[in-house]
Design a protein around this ligand. Structure first.
Ligand SMILES: O=C(O)C[C@@H](Cc1ccccc1)[C@H](O)SCc1ccccc1
Ligand SMILES: [Zn+2]
Length: 157
């Protein structure tokens, strides 16, 4: 699949509220998912959201893997999450370092819920309900923000 250009902060597409996906079987959506996976891999990302490749749809990829800053992050198969939402979250929030492919060269300490219960449709259209903690929870919240026109620098305390 093709690698797509990543919109940079200042591009209004990053500030829009993305649209829900109506038809998951649409080949355009399936191709978008493949391109998102390829783009995240080539950019060494652990996640990427459709608005970052200028497609204002509610879909993102979570692809956690160990990194120097998060050495015990789980190795995940890159997972497409369509029309995702958080249905429960922990009281406590944890600060952690984040970066963003749309904000190069910037790192910041961002407070995120330590544990979340989420629902999303997978690329086969099956409803998934899962609990994520720590780094994977952080990536999910970072990517969900992108669908709501938010960027991590908005959350720096
Ligand atoms: O722009 C994005 O959405 C990709 C983000 C994903 C991320 C969110 C929260 C915390 C860490 C990463 C990153 O830019 S991907 C690059 C990266 C990879 C591992 C650790 C930190 C940053
Ligand atoms: Zn980002």
């Amino acid at each position: 699949a093709e690698q797509l250009e990543i919109a940079q902060l200042g591009n209004p597409i990053l500030r829009q509220n993305a649209q829900p996906v109506e038809d998951i079987t649409d080949t355009a959506i399936q191709q978008l998912i493949d391109s998102l996976i390829a783009t995240a891999a080539s950019a060494n990302g652990v996640g990427i959201a459709a608005p970052q490749v200028s497609q204002s749809y509610r879909v993102f990829i979570v692809a956690s893997r160990p990194s120097p800053r998060y050495p015990n992050a789980p190795e995940m198969v890159p997972t497409a999450m369509i029309n995702p939402k958080i249905i429960a979250y922990s009281a406590e929030r944890v600060k952690g370092w984040e970066g963003c492919l749309s904000v190069p060269g910037v790192r910041g300490l961002v407070p995120r819920y330590q544990a979340i219960t989420v629902e999303y449709l997978d690329r086969q259209g099956n409803l998934q309900r899962q609990e994520f903690t720590d780094f994977v929870a952080r990536i999910f919240q970072h990517e969900l923000d992108h669908l709501d026109g938010m960027v991590f620098v908005d959350r720096l305390e």
